[in-house]
Design a protein around this ligand. Structure first.
Ligand code: SF4
Length: 562
């Protein structure tokens, strides 16, 4: 044995590798967590993983860090104070079972396996409540809406479709949502000189930097561009004249024609959609306009939704649950998952009428959440199945759940004092179907809408981005700079690196450093919404048509800190 191999053997002694699928987004990358005794020693990037082939994004790379993170919640919190599981079950089990079913709502969000979701439905059935909804508030939930067309649903997209696509259109910040998607997309783009990559967004992203043509719209105008393209790639779409739309959106009509021509010639095209909370003005309109565009494209075209999680909508809309809480009808809310939208002050305020709020979390929440917050296992610690954009995958735990946490099955059994079996999750409730006419009507109304008067007080539009390196404020507590144009900064007397005070129409306030950037247009500013402090700058709005709660961009004012 050489000296090197002896050293290697010593280092490797006691090392175990456990392989699973990363569930921080729907890309389906595989990873290995390396354990040495009871210690998590790191993460391995398996070269034979079919989707990611030896790559992971910052979120996947940080899996080991997250499993062992100092912010992992290890005991139940009651009104922000440390409590115990026996105290929780003693106080709430019998109370929950005795709650009249119409006064109880059960919601769920991300970080649940399919089997856990089925258990949530089993729990609702046992407790007799029909108030069951998804509480997942990321704007990507609007991609669950289905355009009510006669066209056959497009087949599911495969990795081979992406790699073999001769034309790709990306609407939104897809690489921030599913970072490893960049590799197959760019492999496809650089495979031959005649391959084409197009982008539509209201912020200059890294994705856009690779595009042959980048359509940079005013915030909120992306769907109008999609409708103009829909009229160019298929039969004429009445009311969406290319010149008129281009003038309204501040883009070049020749660029729209070039993209339409590109898709006209293509044999294998892929359209990728991504919405971002705090960035996409109307994610419902965005999702439906994109679906309409794809449905009118000729030939073999596929739609891929870049998203962090797939959370099936329930029989109720979350907005209906909120309304029932506000009217006093629902008095108890139980949420299972890891993304309860407690960072949005507007929403938390709306929950204040509840007698009992029980939520779960993997990390200690910022601030005090009223009621109970229970520590749960992460997906990396579970058996079960999980939905990626390429289909269902089986998860296997890389280690046992962190001490102090419980699995959803254990919580349900503890609350009912009984074990139950899961119930099937309802597929695509009717309220998700949206008529084509409502989408085109919305587009036409937007085209006719006069320019909005400038808001003299809140002069800027604040947009958000959620880069992979800053996942939910867990990796770092740093508040990233607020990006603004040189000209806006000049008018405000702000220089690169100055600290500024920001206040939004939603009531959010924050002091943070400013940075000059050409990534945004004049009158717009960009903040990293990866941490709770910046998320709290944005409002929660209930979409009138669908009842989905969304987080739109917000108007803001700012001034230099003294
Ligand atoms: S792209 Fe998604 S699945 Fe892949 S490592 Fe990153 S977060 Fe995980």
């Amino acid at each position: 044995m050489t000296q090197g191999s002896a050293l290697r053997a010593t280092l490797d002694s006691g090392i175990e590798r456990a392989r699973t699928t990363c569930t921080f987004c729907r890309m389906g990358c595989e990873l290995e967590v390396i354990r040495q005794g009871w210690r998590i020693a790191g993460v391995e990037y398996p070269a034979d993983a079919p989707v990611n082939r030896g790559r992971l994004c910052p979120r996947g790379s940080a899996s080991a860090l997250l499993l062992d993170h100092p912010m992992r919640l290890a005991y139940p919190l009651k009104d922000g104070k440390e409590s115990t599981w026996p105290e929780f079950f003693a106080e709430t089990g019998a109370r929950l079972r005795a709650t009249p079913s119409n006064e109880l709502a059960i919601t769920y969000d991300r970080n649940l396996t399919r089997e856990e979701l089925e258990l949530v439905y089993g729990l609702a059935n046992r407790l007799g409540t029909e108030n069951v909804a998804s509480a997942y508030q990321e704007s990507e939930a609007c991609f669950d809406l289905r355009l009510d067309t006669k066209a056959k649903a497009a087949p599911a997209v495969t990795l081979t479709d992406v790699l073999g696509a001769d034309t790709i259109l990306i609407a939104g910040d897809a690489f921030a949502k599913m970072p490893v998607l960049a590799k197959p997309v760019l492999d496809a783009r650089y495979q031959a000189r005649d391959r084409r990559l197009y982008c539509i967004d209201c912020v200059k992203t890294t994705t856009a930097g690779f595009a042959h043509k980048f359509i940079c719209t005013e915030p909120g105008f992306e769907p109008l561009v999609m409708l103009a393209l829909a009229g160019l790639v298929g039969p004429k779409l009445a009311g969406f004249d290319c010149e008129q739309v281009a003038a309204k959106c501040g883009v070049n009509p020749d660029d729209l024609r070039e993209i339409a021509e590109g898709f006209g010639k293509t044999k294998k095209g892929v359209v990728i959609g991504a919405t971002t909370s705090g960035r996409t003005m109307d994610p419902k309109f965005f999702s439906l306009a994109l679906q309409l565009l794809v449905s009118r494209m000729k030939g073999n075209k596929r739609l891929l939704i870049a998203a962090e999680a797939a959370v099936p909508p329930g029989p109720c809309r979350f907005s209906e649950v909120l309304a029932a809480i506000e009217s006093g009808e629902v008095k108890t809310l139980l949420n299972l998952g890891d993304g309860f939208p407690r960072d949005y002050p507007g929403l938390v305020e709306r929950l204040s009428k509840l007698d009992l709020l029980v939520t779960t979390a993997t990390m200690r929440p910022a601030g005090v959440t009223p009621g109970w917050v229970l520590p749960v296992a992460m997906n990396l610690e579970k058996h079960g199945s999980f939905s990626t954009v390429w289909g269902q995958v089986n998860l296997s735990p890389v280690l046992t759940p962190a001490s102090g946490t419980r699995l959803v099955s254990e919580i349900v059994a503890g609350l009912l004092d009984d074990r139950i079996s899961g119930e099937s999750v309802p597929e695509s409730p009717d309220w998700l179907k949206v008529p084509v006419k409502s989408v085109t009507d919305q587009g036409r109304a937007m085209l006719k809408r006069p320019e909005t008067e400038p808001d003299p007080e809140f002069r800027f539009v604040l947009l958000a981005e959620q880069p992979a390196y800053d996942f939910r404020g867990i990796f770092s507590q740093v508040v990233h700079p607020l990006l603004m144009t040189r000209s806006d900064a000049g008018q405000l007397g702000v220089e690169d690196g100055d600290r500024v005070k920001l206040e939004t129409r939603a009531g959010g306030k924050l002091e943070l450093p400013a940075a000059i950037s050409d990534r945004v247009g004049e009158g717009t500013m960009l903040v990293n919404s990866g941490c709770p402090e910046t998320r709290a700058l944005f409002p929660c709005e209930v979409d009138k048509l669908t009842g989905i709660v969304t987080i739109p961009p917000v108007r803001a004012k700012l001034w230099r800190s003294e």
